[in-house]
Design a protein around this ligand. Structure first.
Ligand SMILES: C[S@@+](CC[C@H](N)C(=O)[O-])C[C@H]1O[C@@H](n2cnc3c(N)ncnc32)[C@H](O)[C@@H]1O
Length: 288
């Protein structure tokens, strides 16, 4: 699961603690998750994802009367709020300390929420907990070896449970080079329209174009697979299918700009995906 095209040859570039430091450099105390995130800033996308999550939580309540959720990388809790409001017990892992602090103040009086600072991305595995639903929203592309991660995390899911991930860039090598370039242009156009660190954005895109990414630069490391080859949705289907009765790939269009989103959703082919796996088979952590 350590294919060269997904990271560096012998494993992945950054050590986990470096990754936490880099995540915090971008996801700091005043980071606005909504502004640069199409799935948070566009109501249609946000409610489509929320609809999927709600249905998964409701199905677990219907089946067993409870729903224990692990939410990986919850950010400022845009989806955590809703899952808690449905009565689920939620464990959150979050690699950015400032984001975790924010979640702690937000859920200080909610006994249904367990919030874990996760500097090495391994905290969920350090406990004995089992879950009915694992959620990753806009997170897998931050994780260098996401295939191994998904394999391990689905080992924590109870029989009958579900795994769902949303908002990752579809694998670039399966797309036309023009389509990938157009995404980058749309992103740059959006940044220019916002006047947001335009020079830095252009420099980042140039490094990406020339394939010379800088492992000490948060811009190149935090959006790890966005800057490289995207996330291999078919490889993830391959990881999930042996463990779940049903695996559904949901492909859709997303970009930051409001008008570009409205137009693109009508005329462009999908370049973002979610993946929803339900009815976990028996087998435990080391199962198929
Ligand atoms: C793009 S944000 C998404 C936040 C939230 N899920 C949302 O959709 O609003 C990604 C978050 O994942 C966190 N993160 C990245 N890698 C992680 C890992 N391996 N374990 C836990 N959190 C991680 C980052 O600190 C950041 O807060």
């Amino acid at each position: 699961m350590h294919a060269d095209s997904r990271g560096s040859a012998a494993g992945y570039a950054a050590e986990p603690t470096d990754m936490a430091r880099l995540q915090e450099a971008i996801h700091g105390a005043d980071f606005d998750y909504d502004a640069g995130s199409p799935h948070l800033s566009h109501p249609q996308l946000r409610s489509a994802i929320l609809g999927e999550i709600r249905a998964l939580v409701a199905a677990q309540f219907k089946a067993s009367g409870r729903c224990r959720v692990l939410e990986v990388g919850a950010g400022h809790g845009a989806f955590t709020d809703h899952v808690l409001a449905m009565g689920a017990e939620v464990t959150v892992t979050e690699m950015s300390r400032p984001s975790l602090d924010m979640l702690q103040s937000r859920y200080a009086h909610n006994s249904q929420a367990v919030l874990l600072f996760d500097p090495d991305g391994q905290q969920a595995f350090a406990r004995e907990d089992r879950f009915d639903l694992v959620l990753c929203v806009s997170v897998l592309h931050h994780i260098p070896d996401y295939e191994t991660f998904v394999h391990r995390v689905t080992g924590l899911i109870e029989e009958g449970g579900a795994f769902a991930s949303f908002q990752d860039p579809s694998w670039y090598p399966r797309r036309s080079p023009g389509s990938v370039r157009l995404d980058r242009l749309m992103y740059l156009a959006w940044r220019i329209s916002k006047g947001q660190n335009v020079g830095r954005g252009i420099a980042t895109q140039l490094r990406r174009f020339r394939g010379v990414l800088d492992e000490s630069n948060p811009s190149d490391m935090v959006e790890y697979h966005l800057m490289r080859n995207g996330v291999d949705e078919q490889a993830l289907v391959g990881v999930l299918e042996p463990r779940f009765d049903d695996v559904r790939l949901w492909e859709y269009f997303s970009t930051q700009g409001r008008w570009m989103q409205q137009l693109g959703a009508r005329v462009r082919s999908p370049q973002t995906f979610g993946i929803i796996a339900t009815r976990r088979r028996s087998g435990g952590a080391d199962g198929p």
